[in-house]
Design a protein around this ligand. Sequence first.
Ligand SMILES: [Zn+2]
Length: 166
Amino acid sequence: MSADLQLCPGCGSQLAAVDGPTHAYMTSSPACWAAFNAVIAREFADPGLMDIHRLTVDAWAVQHPGDGSRRAIQSVGLHLARLWVQLDQGISGPTANAAMLGFAERKADLPELPPRQVYTVTVAYVVDASEPDAHRSAVMTWARAVWTDWADQHEFIRQWAIGGSK
Ligand SMILES: [Zn+2]
């Protein structure tokens, strides 16, 4: 890695170094946080991309397990459950929103999940895809790759997610 790149301690992305802020508890490099913000800015600027915006947020959050605090632990599980809703169950729109509100009410139950050592796709892959179609495609690839990287926890997440509907 050349000296002008920053290695992200969360997702492993290597992006051009920047000085800047990071998220309050989802530990990342400043460059990774800046890339994430650039990606979501494109989504806020284009109503046609808002249907994949939640996937972007969930993929990035899952990849940055954070500082070990209770809210950081909950964040990983909650965002994995949201990926399950969207990618495995194919639910979107108001139904997805209702499911996610239910998850948030039960997030205190979530245990700490074992962090990943390597991610196959990071926000570095998405940030360069500036055209809307390329952006959408890159986010889908990224979100599916993140979900696959957590394959050993799929059954746990599924059980947790459906537990609230009993
Ligand atoms: Zn990162």
